[in-house]
Design a protein around this ligand. Structure first.
Ligand SMILES: [Zn+2]
Length: 418
């Protein structure tokens, strides 16, 4: 069995050794003998949980900087959707690999994805060693039927069904209430009833809420409940425009919110009511970066800082959005929302971790590592990333990096020429 011994590393402020066997943390204690394990020198480093990005569109890395500074609906209709329509499965593979490279560099080991050509994204995830939840994408046309393109890719994804690695799960990914017809939403609710996860954009903009009230006489959150889609396995991306009643419903149904502050700021969608929804309302929340075209990166470190600042700015209270709560949302809660037994450095858990460089200027002084990670750090503090007991980056080196960059440049030259 593959085993790794991380020697003399700091865990919660104390020096220890960490032994990984197979894909789990086997033992955490000082003075463990290596006995055939690969030894990683942890001196001068801390071991912390890595990030679980609960809402993104990974291959949108190909559209980074393609169309910026626009209103959401014209951004989607006039730029993003026409460009996406021309992307092939191989392009998605290349874009997902570029995303994986960026995520590993930034300490992210999991992403909840909602995008086209999912079997090709799956191939990229398998190869790069990350975890992912790939969504069966549903968008309906003017006839109310699911787009042929979605049907074709969803069937292929279902047939493949997660592969053998155990790192990839298939979930339902209806796009939003404004792009999926009522019968299809109800059908997904019926199909997902036995504990399947559902990942959907919800109440992202004021316009979405207004149009939902006009069409159905209720908010998107109430409408999702009406069609049977709210439950403990539901991940609501954005959830910016929530009424007090929406917040109560989200808490009562046990849904998770994927808070995406950078995208919400960039598209001027509004600010998530963090104080009301999380600290007063008790809703469960996680953090997502959204796609690269509306962010424009996949940095969970940056997203944590924005989440904390957004909470303070929106509430007018600097005690809102505490560093510990934000860090937990970006790590352990993200894993929990997608049913992954990870996100804590603890014996028996799946071995996902990152080693951060305590000698990096951004982590000095060391009064509070969590505060340093949320407010000060950038990805250059991350030295090593481990996912499922496998080292994906060691001393900032990732296998195959040059090829991934070269492939991405080739596909982007094609997009530029469209
Ligand atoms: Zn999104």
């Amino acid at each position: 069995m593959n085993s790794i011994l991380i020697r003399n590393v700091q865990l919660d402020g104390k020096g220890t050794d960490v032994l990984i066997e197979g894909n789990r943390f086997k033992r955490i204690a000082p003075g463990i003998e290596p006995e055939g394990a690969k030894v990683v020198d942890g001196s001068g480093k801390a071991i912390v949980p890595p990030f679980y990005n609960t809402h993104t569109h990974a291959a949108m890395t190909l559209l980074r900087g393609y169309a910026d500074d626009m209103e959401l609906f014209s951004w989607l209709n006039d730029y993003i959707w026409p460009a996406e329509a021309k992307l092939t499965g191989d392009d998605i593979y290349v874009g997902t690999r570029l995303a994986a490279l960026e995520m590993i560099r930034g300490g992210t080991v999991f992403f909840g994805d909602m995008y086209w050509h999912q079997p090709d994204a799956a191939r990229a995830v398998e190869e790069t060693g990350l975890r992912a939840a790939l969504g069966l994408l549903y968008i309906t046309g003017t006839d109310g039927e699911v787009l042929e393109r979605n049907r074709h890719n969803n069937a292929a994804l279902l047939e493949w069904n997660g592969g053998d690695s155990g790192r990839i799960q298939v979930v339902y990914g209806p796009h939003a209430v404004y792009t999926v017809s009522e019968p299809v939403l109800r059908q997904i609710a019926a199909d997902a009833r036995d504990g399947h996860r559902v990942h959907i954009h919800a109440s992202e903009t004021a316009r979405e809420v207004r149009e939902c009230i006009e069409a159905h006489g209720m908010s998107p959150i109430a409408w999702l409940d009406e069609v049977g889609l709210l439950g403990p396995h539901t991940i609501l991306a954005h959830a910016v425009h929530l009424s007090d009643e929406d917040i109560d419903l989200i808490r009562e149904r046990g849904c998770w919110i994927a808070h995406c502050p950078c995208s919400n700021f960039k598209l001027a969608s509004g600010q998530f009511r963090y104080r009301r929804a999380v600290e007063i309302g008790g809703c469960r929340f996680t953090i997502g970066t959204d796609g690269c075209a509306s962010n424009n990166n996949l940095s969970m470190l940056e997203e944590m800082k924005f989440a904390a600042l957004s909470a303070k700015g929106e509430s007018g209270d600097p005690t809102a959005g505490r560093d510990g709560d934000i860090f937990r949302a970006a790590t352990r809660s993200g894993a929990e929302a997608f049913g992954i037994d990870a996100g804590l450095i603890e014996e028996g858990r799946l071995a996902d971790a990152m080693l951060v460089d305590l000698d990096h200027p951004l982590l000095v002084p060391d009064y509070n590592l969590t505060a340093n990670l949320v407010y000060a750090a950038d990805s250059s503090v991350i030295d090593t990333v481990i996912c499922d007991g496998r080292i994906l980056m060691e001393h900032r080196k990732i296998d195959g990096e040059e090829e991934i960059i070269a492939d991405a440049r080739r596909v982007c030259a094609k997009i530029r020429a469209l």
